[in-house]
Design a protein around this ligand. Sequence first.
Ligand SMILES: [Fe+2]
Length: 350
Amino acid sequence: MRLVLTKHLKDGDIIAQDIISSEGGVLLRHDTRFKEVFKSKLIERHILEVYVDDEISKGIEPTKILDTTSKNIIKNDIKSEFDKLKDNLELDVQVLNRITHFLIEQLGNKELIIELEDLKTNDYYTYEHCIAVAILTEVVCNKMQIGLEKKVSIVMGALIHDIGKMILPKDILNKPSRLNEEEYNLIKTHPEVGYMMIKENRELNVITKLIVLCHHEREDQSGYPFGKGKELHIGAKIVAACDLYHALISDRCYRKGLPISEAIAIAQREPINPGIRKVIESCFAYYPVGGMVYLNDGNIAIVERNFSADIKRPLVRVVIKEGRNVKQTYKINLQEEDKYYITGRYEGEL
Ligand SMILES: [Fe+2]
């Protein structure tokens, strides 16, 4: 399969993956034949790229780091746990433990490269954001070879880091325009509010609690609530960095999610730990599998597989055209062929 800009879809194209709306419903199922009348509806809903199956991209399959069923189970469990907080009820630490260990088991032993799709949320709900940050945190902890016991506390901290937002007004959390000072000050209370919710919970580890309290602290002391600096716990630094990256790549009510190249450029200017930032950058696919790119020789290629050794040099399938027809395709492994490199994404038609 390959990624095609929605504006280039043609009658009869075969949809390769279910297209999900921001409300979570299926708009078009995989294997559906595309019809021109769908186009404006998809574009209206900001679905600007779609995977299609065709002959030239046969055998190219983006890998998902978690299967959809597991992801949905985790979403439902975390949502019901977070909803309890609105009624002043306690979190069930057993549920958090089960999900944390499941994520560690599922993601622990693989050499993972995260496609942005893996972390995309249907909406920027607090519980969905927390799950995505926990997934990224787990992958980062693995790369940093953090021991199991510590990793459990850190990933669990990521899983609940924003619980303080559950009792903040929704219209402020989702405000599409700039927050005024009063609103921003209210949002800034969420680490302390979250900490108060779990402070007395004896089943939760102190590192987990610390992450909830300190995930907006920054190394240059510009963060909140305390303006702490370099002495911050490594777990709080990891979650702070993963939180920032997920916010940048996600669709928000006021802007589309950024491509990883732009997220990396912005994160470089933020006071997050540079070592952790580098680890995060090596976790993401720079060019998505199935995406089309330009090579330096002017040819167009489809990304077949990414390698974490150098995320900018994937295995690609070059597509040579003659007029409107595809004349030939061949593979180049950019990890091995030094004279070729990718110059940018190709956004035209094939
Ligand atoms: Fe937060």
